[in-house]
Design a protein. Structure first.
Length: 56
């Protein structure tokens, strides 16, 4: 697999991730899933949660 494709950030529907992971495993490949991060404040979403609002 090309390095550019390997390093690409991809947006995939959540329901498709498990299927893709199983398909890759059969081919001897793996899948790296990283939590989403807010581009404005850097907050990392570890679970399904809303972006916290800063309180003044």
């Amino acid at each position: 697999m090309s390095q550019a494709l390997t390093d690409a950030l991809v947006s995939i529907r959540e329901k498709d991730v498990e299927h893709i992971e199983r398909s890759l495993a059969r081919a001897g490949e793996g899948l790296v899933v990283e939590p989403a991060v807010c581009q404005e404040c850097g907050f990392g979403f570890e679970k399904r949660e809303a972006l916290p609002v800063a309180r003044a």
